[in-house]
Write a protein that binds this ligand. Sequence first.
Ligand code: ADP
Ligand code: TRP
Length: 321
Amino acid sequence: MRILSGIQPSGVLHLGNYFGMMRPALELQERGEAYLFIADYHSMTSLFDADARRKLTLDVALDFLACGLDPSRAVLFRQSDVPEHCELTWLLSTVTPMGLLERCHSYKDKVAHGIPVNHGLFAYPVLMAADILIYDSNIVPVGRDQKQHVEVTRDIAIKFNETYGQTFVLPEPQIRDDVAVVPGTDGQKMSKSYGNTIEIFGDEKAVRKKVMSIVMDSRTPQEPKPDADQNHAIRLLKLVAPAEVARETEERLRAGGFGYGDLKKTLFEHYWNHFATQRARRAELVANLDHVHSVLRQGAERARAVASAVLKRARRGCGLE
Ligand code: ADP
Ligand code: TRP
């Protein structure tokens, strides 16, 4: 079984990225061959600062390794180290109906938010399809917002297979219901574009401040909260605290007499402890960047071997060879 997922180096990784994509992908590295990559080509659709891209790319590699990516099992690589992705994108784009891309929510949302859009952003699902298909991927662990892109990938693969004969494996998205949408500090989906994130490896003081700023309603501490399960802090606590702690805290909130300030303090403590091991591991990696660069180099070699074979198959299929 081949597992593939990618993440853009376009911001500091947050709890939505971790619980929505990284942790599920890392769990799967035990069950098959995992290909995890840093989608630097994708980041070019929205980030126009070269130094920031270089720094964020290294940060994503550090975050993955700190969070348990095992380079002897999984393949960690930088997308642009495998330029075959770009050639396959062109082959796929010629069988991609415009309407398929025009229907993509992520593109429509950007237009609706008044974000200036470029051709790369419009065509991005085709690059994503190439990322997935070029590894004969079976399973793609992602958060719910990426589900449509995996469906588009399947449609493009079917179209290519129909046009040129059986070439690509059809991938399945894997979305964990319990963490499909991790809420941010304002209760909307946690996202770097909404400025409501809690970083995985944020500075202690800064994250404490963010946690204490999680938006709550104006009910007094004494009031019972029958809707405690909907509370953003409780939903986050369920991710970072042991199950019985989260359950007990939710009960206390439901019963009344437990204030939001105490709830947020509890959340911060569990968040901080949850990532203690990873934080220590990340500090060690930062002190040994040669190792990180060497993991990326070896990952690129392994990825390229697979990608070039699949690209060759596609080139042959459509008569380029
Ligand atoms: P952002 O919304 O911050 O720009 P990305 O779109 O780069 O995040 O997402 C990278 C990965 O993390 C994707 O697989 C995405 O589905 C997942 N992800 C991001 N935010 C969340 C969230 N709040 N809840 C669940 N998964 C998320
Ligand atoms: N589009 C994804 C995101 O923004 C990142 C990504 C690029 C990806 N290529 C991929 C995810 C292939 C899974 C598979 O989050």
